[in-house]
Design a protein around this ligand. Sequence first.
Ligand code: AMP
Length: 441
Amino acid sequence: MPSNKINKKKIKKSGPKGKQILSPKGMHDVLPEEAQARDKLYKVAKDVLEFYGFGKIETPIVENAELFSRTVGESTDIVEKEMYAVRSRGKEHLVMRPEMTASVVRSYLEHGLHRLPQPQFLYYIGPAFRHENPQAGRYRQFWQIGAEVLGGESDPIYDAQIIIAFSRLLGELKLKNLIVGINSIGGTADRQNYKKKLLEHYRLHNKEICKDCMRRMKTNPLRLLDCKSRSCQNIIDEAPSVLDHLSSPSKAHFKSVLEFLDEAGIPYVLKPRLVRGLDYYNKTVFEIFTEDDEKGELSLVGGGRYDYLAEILGRRSVAGVGAAMGVERVLEAAKERDPSFGTPRSKKRVYLIHIGDLAKRKSISLLEEFREAHLPIIGNLGKTSLSNQLEAADKAGATLALILGQKEVFEEDIIIRDMKTGAQETIPLKKAVKEIKKRLK
Ligand code: AMP
């Protein structure tokens, strides 16, 4: 975990004459153009997930560290190395959330949502924080859109419905060539059994294993299958498959999930090496890639079933399945497909140009009059020259300009200029709103 000790010397140095202060490594500002694309993505996600019956939930960005160490797993990279600790005045050990499933389950238990009709369908949109090595598609602050089905039976239909909802969501964004990579890691007993077999296999290759995997053998054997080191690839290829070690109920569950996906026409590939990095999963685990991503191993969506998570939190047994989608990765894919993704189609806009102080003062109330009538008017009252303002109107893509000069203020008139043809006409000021409304139709 990175140190959160505040370095007073550093803070002093970065005063007015110190080094320029930049955003923290791996964390990014969202400027207006990207904000528009994000808003569009959030809107599509909200529409699709609410259509599928999910209700929105918001949980705090900061949580007790134990929430994640107990559920995501003490020996996972996320908990071991990637959590941001928060320095607070209290004695609590708080962290910035590295993911949101554990938070949603905590909230479900805390607020007695199990007393409502089951299962509960919940979705969230928000930032998560992991102290990873930043690279393309991997950031330290990233946003996730997630959905969880909590309570009721551990029914494979919900696994399929989560996958269907996210496939639909990516489909609505017109992302093509989507692949669902899917696997089952079975129940607790299946996994114990499988881990033994996996370790037997790895012991045969003791000399070829990378350093990290030596450690994983002791701390988290399933993660052996995630290793990217070249020396371990052959060992992974020859490793026993978890699918051959499933109990009959786990097998039946997995078979049903696949049948439901077939029925819904969702293509998938079996990925017997897919285990996912978090300890709380059982039975189904999956990721959604686009065909191109598959080579780079950057998934757009990751999820799975977690029937033991609530119990780990020490309260009650609650069936659960869910997934989270990475906002930045999906936006990148959407922009690659359509560079204008999220750019609003040009509205017919009116630009108000003023000349002189009197016109400037009058423009304040005129702008408000237009806004009250819900007409899309813009203007920059800080500019003074006519040519500057005409140029700004042009850049803003305005179709009409209204020009208010000294003479017009005295005579209570205003000029309407067609920005395309340059044609101008003078109309009475009090008719301006009505006239523009007519022309914008
Ligand atoms: P996970 O919570 O690890 O299952 O990840 C779910 C999804 O969140 C992934 O499929 C990615 O799209 C996204 N994601 C996870 N980690 C990062 C990261 N460090 N930077 C950007 N996106 C991420």
